[in-house]
Every structure is written in structure tokens, then in C-alpha cells.
Design a protein around this ligand. Structure first.
Ligand code: IPE
Ligand code: IPE
Ligand code: MG
Ligand code: MG
Length: 339
């Protein structure tokens, strides 16, 4: 892609992201304050790491989805219930990241040392547990069984996704179906839960709740597809986390599944990178070239765009409002993002 058109796209993405997040910036500030409150603890090490996690930022996509969904169905996204539950969703996400970095042996997250690399695996596992349980404890204040049902189901599914992924590590024969099963569980259900809970708190009827749940599911799949593409095409500074790391960990994501379907003779190279745990014999550049020239990268991108489009389509039944428009803009933001 030419540098100028790439710059133009990036500017457009930044503009889209700004429009989406500016619309609810007061609410997102309340989420930061609530995060700070929920991360308080008399145990010094918990308070310290909680603060470290909050300050490290993140895109805050999940609380944004909860708040926008609440507003989009006619609710008040700024009321305390909405802010509290949006924060619970970010807490759950943070817990998965802290555990995920232990599992993936990742040393950076959000341009900082990951919790496991700074404080060790033991501390990271326990801190992740603490975040999960605090999120649940906070959510009990809603006194809502439907919300608890969604939260317990999504937490179980995320764990299933990570476990399923572990059993598939290093397997170059992973199927498309298995790949989608993993990403639906580890990522998409949480997106779906954020939207559904927002809708529920906003008083949506069953039809509207379902529609937002579908939107979140498709969006979440597109989100993980793009995350996996960025692992090949992205740069570490923008991502704030290691790039090229998935294959080193033995994770075969969709672009590689497509490459191996089209060029089975590359299997030995892929296996070699996994076995050696580095790109010395087979460079990242040469893999990226093959992914591009074989069309595998383009195909995976096309799948991400399909899911993003399906998310957009799911919103058709939603009444028009600035919040519904922001929700409609999120799929494009997710596809074009560089972090
Ligand atoms: C990272 O999520 C984990 C995935 C599901 C790919 P984000 O990309 O939303 O991470 P932060 O919160 O912005 O750091
Ligand atoms: C998403 O998978 C992990 C979670 C759902 C926690 P990844 O392992 O690809 O996420 P990153 O790339 O480390 O953020
Ligand atoms: Mg990871
Ligand atoms: Mg990733």
C-alpha cells in the first residue's frame, strides 16, 4: 500500500475512534474512577498491581460497548449501575490478560513489562484470580440473576477457549473450525456479554437484547481475527505487546491455516519456527511474504471484514441515535486499527 493512502486510512481510523470514544468520554472517565475504587485493597501488593494495571490503560473497548449498548436501547449509560458493570467487564478482561500472559509467557503488555515478567507467575496467577472474584463480588450488587448467568457462562467459556487452545498448541493440522471455536470462546463471548449486559441494564426487550448479543459476537470474532493478523503485520511499539509471538508459542492462527492449505510444502518451515522458538532459520519477513503472495493474508482479512459486516448488519433493527451510530462505526474501527 502507498504511504500516502496508508496515512489517510490511519487518519480516518483515528477520527472514527475519536468520534466513538468522545461520545462517551465522561462515562469512560467515570469507569476509570470506578476501576480505581474496585482495585483498592488493604493488601498492599494487590493495591499496587491493581493501580499498575489501571494506569497501563488499554483501549477500553469492552466498557465502551457496555455503555453504548445501554444508551442505544434508551437507557442511561451514565448511571451508576451502567458504570459499575462496564468496569466489571474491564476487570474481567484484565483478569484474562494477566492470566493469558502467564500462559503465553509474554513479557510485555501495553508497552510495559507484563505482570508475570515483573512480579513472577505466582503473583500473576493470584492477581488474576483476585480480579475475577472482585469482578463477581461487585456484580452481585446488581442483585440480578440474568447478569450473573451471563458472567458465569462467559468466564467458563473464556477458560474453555484458553484450554482448548493449549491442547492445539504446535498442531499445524488445526482446522478452521477448531480455530473459530477457540476465538469465539476466548474473545467473542466477552464482547457479546458486554453488549448484552448493557442492553439488559438499559431495559431492552428480548429481541433487542438478542440483536446486541449477536452484534457483540460477530464483533468479537472480527476483533480476534484482526489481533491475529496484527501479530504478523503489526509493529510492537503500536501494539504494546510482542509481534510475531503467536507462532513462537505454537499458535497457528487463520492466516497460517490458509497458507498451509495453499502451500502445504511450507509446513516444515512452520514446524521449524515452533520447534526452535525463533525466526533464525525461517525469517518473519519470509513468512509474511508467503502469507501475502499466497493470498492467505488477504483471505483472513476478508473473513474479518465479513464478521465486521455481520456485526453491522445485526444493528439494523436498532432505533437510530448517536449511540447506535457509534456502535455501527466500531466494526470499521476494529478492522482498520493498528493496536
Ligand atoms: C487483547 O485485548 C486481548 C484480545 C482479546 C486480543 P485488547 O486489544 O482489547 O487489549 P487492551 O485492553 O486494549 O490492552
Ligand atoms: C486473546 O488471545 C487472549 C484473551 C482472550 C485473554 P491472545 O493471546 O492473542 O491475546 P494477546 O495477543 O496476548 O493480547
Ligand atoms: Mg496472549
Ligand atoms: Mg494476540
Amino acid at each position: 500500500m502507498q504511504a500516502t493512502s496508508q496515512t489517510a486510512i490511519l487518519e480516518e481510523v483515528q477520527l472514527t475512534a475519536k468520534l466513538i470514544f468522545d461520545l462517551i468520554s465522561p462515562e469512560l472517565m467515570l469507569v476509570e474512577e470506578e476501576f480505581e475504587r474496585q482495585a483498592r485493597s488493604n493488601i498492599q501488593v494487590i493495591a499496587y498491581i491493581g493501580d499498575h494495571l489501571r494506569r497501563s490503560g488499554g483501549k477500553r473497548v469492552r466498557p465502551a460497548l457496555t455503555i453504548l449498548s445501554n444508551y442505544a436501547v434508551g437507557g442511561d449509560g451514565a448511571n451508576y449501575s451502567s458504570i459499575r458493570m462496564a468496569t466489571v467487564m474491564e476487570f474481567l478482561h484484565t483478569a484474562t490478560l494477566v492470566h493469558d500472559d502467564v500462559i503465553d509467557k509474554a513479557d510485555t503488555r501495553r508497552n510495559r513489562p507484563s505482570i508475570n515478567s515483573e512480579f513472577g507467575n505466582q503473583t500473576a496467577v493470584l492477581m488474576g484470580d483476585w480480579l475475577y472474584m472482585s469482578a463477581f463480588e461487585t456484580s452481585h450488587a446488581e442483585r440480578s440473576l440474568p447478569i450473573l448467568d451471563i458472567l458465569t457462562a462467559v468466564t467458563r467459556r473464556m477458560t474453555e477457549g484458553e484450554l482448548l487452545q493449549l491442547t492445539l498448541l504446535g498442531r499445524t493440522d488445526i482446522s478452521e473450525e477448531q480455530y473459530f471455536e477457540v476465538i469465539a470462546r476466548k474473545t467473542a463471548y466477552l464482547f457479546s456479554a458486554c453488549c448484552e449486559i448493557g442492553a439488559l441494564l438499559g431495559g431492552a426487550d428480548a429481541r433487542t437484547q438478542n440483536l446486541l448479543r449477536d452484534y457483540g459476537m460477530n464483533l468479537g470474532i472480527a476483533f480476534q481475527l484482526v489481533d491475529d493478523l496484527l501479530d504478523f503485520t503489526g509493529n510492537e511499539e503500536a501494539l504494546g505487546k510482542p509481534a510475531g509471538a503467536d507462532l513462537l508459542e505454537g499458535k497457528i492462527s487463520l492466516p497460517l491455516i490458509f497458507l498451509l492449505q495453499r502451500e502445504p510444502q511450507r509446513r516444515a518451515d512452520v514446524q521449524r519456527v515452533i520447534a526452535e522458538g525463533n525466526y533464525q532459520a525461517v525469517s518473519r519477513g519470509s513468512l509474511l511474504n508467503s502469507l501475502e503472495s499466497s493470498g492467505a493474508l488477504g483471505l483472513a482479512q476478508a473473513r474479518a471484514i465479513e464478521y465486521a459486516a455481520a456485526a453491522g448488519k445485526a444493528l439494523d433493527g436498532l432505533q437510530d441515535s448517536p449511540y447506535a451510530q457509534a456502535l455501527s462505526a466500531i466494526p470499521a474501527y476494529i478492522i482498520e486499527r493498528d493496536r
